[in-house]
Design a protein around this ligand. Structure first.
Ligand code: GLU
Length: 430
């Protein structure tokens, strides 16, 4: 017992030393505000979420007990259009994490130049320990609790960590039942049968590949002979790996919540996806050896993608990173201190708000299809995604060259700049 308690205390202490994601987001904003010479009042508006909702969610568990979960929806800014952003299920969800993710969504939709603001939601829960029935009841209760503030023209949720198309279907059905009519545009990342878009499930990984292709060109790296590693083999990371591989690079290492692996000969991403589907983890993949997560992040590869959660790359890890390009499929994986080290070491960073914007770009295409009642083929969707994300990459790269700053600061200058212009032009009510 005593030992168990100690472990819990250590875990709590560990959590405390991890940087607060919202403080990281504010520091990134502060740097951008300086370059943009933002008016202090506008800077203050951008440093505050417009609305934060915390909800208590009673759920009947399978064993007959009632458990109360906590959920959040943070609506950060809607100066450029309706709030937009995913919903995450994870035991580590906190209000400050959701605030940070909502701020990043605001800059992300702006960098992508799609007419949305930014929001995020989350439920503090361990989805791996919920039965399908418990997960559905929790999801529906959450949907009903946030229903007064979401809507196709107000706030449009989508999937994020440990939520998927089925989760979106339950939210849609709950919202429609309360409203009394079918309103598919209230949510994106839906199943195709309910008005989802072809290409949405792979869009985050695919978009990240398009930005990698641009980064390789800008850095004169030949993708045909390049190598890469992915930390976090979930939806974004595994699709990124499989699509990037088709451009030539070889996958040398991967990880998930159960461990990290590497293979000197390289691995086939498709086979690794099938292996993880079968066994529940990448660990034990034939021909691979187990390594630590730090070793994975510091592998001698050309391209590294942190594709899991925040705070994956802290200063200590950043110092030993050998990759020439980092592609942030995750949101907020690199702290501002680690950013400085990577920039000094000439690592080319494709920041989260650019690299993983393919997901929300195709969410936007899904929403447009729902509102117009006209549906596109997967090739049409992918072509529009490529065009949008490539032009976002070029805007960010141009800003980073113009101001002689790293790509994160370049992306923040573009993203925050557009939101600031909208906020300023709207004026202050009353
Ligand atoms: N959760 C994804 C993200 O972080 C997608 C959000 C969306 O499609 O609204 O960008």
């Amino acid at each position: 017992m005593a030992q168990k308690y100690e472990v819990r205390e250590m875990q709590q202490a560990n959590q405390q030393v991890k940087p607060n994601p919202f403080e990281n987001a504010l520091e990134q904003l502060r740097i951008a505000a300086e370059y943009l010479k933002l008016d202090e009042g506008i800077h203050q508006v951008l440093a505050h979420p417009k609305r934060q909702l915390t909800v208590a969610l009673p759920v009947k568990m399978d064993d007959g007990r009632t458990r109360v979960f906590t959920g959040y929806r943070v609506q950060y800014n809607d100066a450029r259009g309706p709030f937009k952003g995913g919903i995450r299920y994870h035991p580590g969800v906190t209000l400050d994490e959701v605030k940070a993710l909502a701020a990043w969504m605001t800059w992300k939709t702006s960098v992508a130049n799609i007419p949305y603001g930014g929001a995020k939601g989350g439920i503090v829960c361990d989805p791996k320990r919920l039965s399908a029935g418990e997960n559905e009841r929790l999801t529906r209760r959450f949907a009903s609790a946030i229903s007064p503030i979401i809507g196709p023209y107000q706030d449009i949720p989508a999937p994020d960590v440990y939520t998927n198309a089925q989760t979106m279907a339950w939210i849609l059905d709950t919202y429609n039942t309360l409203e009394g009519f079918m309103s598919p545009a209230v949510i994106t990342g839906k199943p195709i049968a309910l008005g989802g878009s072809l290409g949405r499930d792979k869009a985050t990984g695919r978009g990240a590949v398009y930005t990698t292709v641009e980064a390789a060109k800008a850095n004169k790296i030949n993708l045909k002979s390049a190598t890469f590693a992915v930390q976090g083999f979930g939806n974004a990371g595994s699709n990124f790996a499989e699509i990037l591989q088709s451009y030539g690079p070889k996958l040398m290492g991967a990880s998930d919540s159960k461990g990290s692996i590497m293979s000197k000969a390289g691995m086939d991403a498709g086979k690794l996806i099938a292996y993880k589907e079968k066994t529940g983890s990448v660990v034990g993949f034939p021909g691979s050896q187990e390594i630590s997560e730090k070793e994975l992040l510091q592998l001698n590869v050309d391209i590294l993608s942190p594709a899991a959660l925040e705070n994956a790359i802290l200063p200590d890890t950043a110092k030993g990173i050998k990759a020439k390009i980092i592609v942030e499929c995750a949101n907020g994986p690199t702290t501002p201190e680690a950013d400085k080290i990577l920039h000094a070491n000439k690592v080319f960073m494709i920041p989260d708000i650019l690299a993983n914007s393919g997901g929300v770009i195709v969410s936007y295409l899904e929403w447009v299809q729902n509102l117009e009642r006209i549906y596109w083929t997967e090739d049409e969707v992918n072509a529009m995604l490529e065009k949008k994300i490539t032009s976002a990459f070029r805007d960010v790269h141009a800003a980073s060259l113009k101001h002689d700053v790293d790509m994160r600061t370049g992306a923040m200058i573009v993203g925050v700049g557009r939101v600031a212009e909208a906020v300023k032009t709207l004026g202050v009510f009353p």
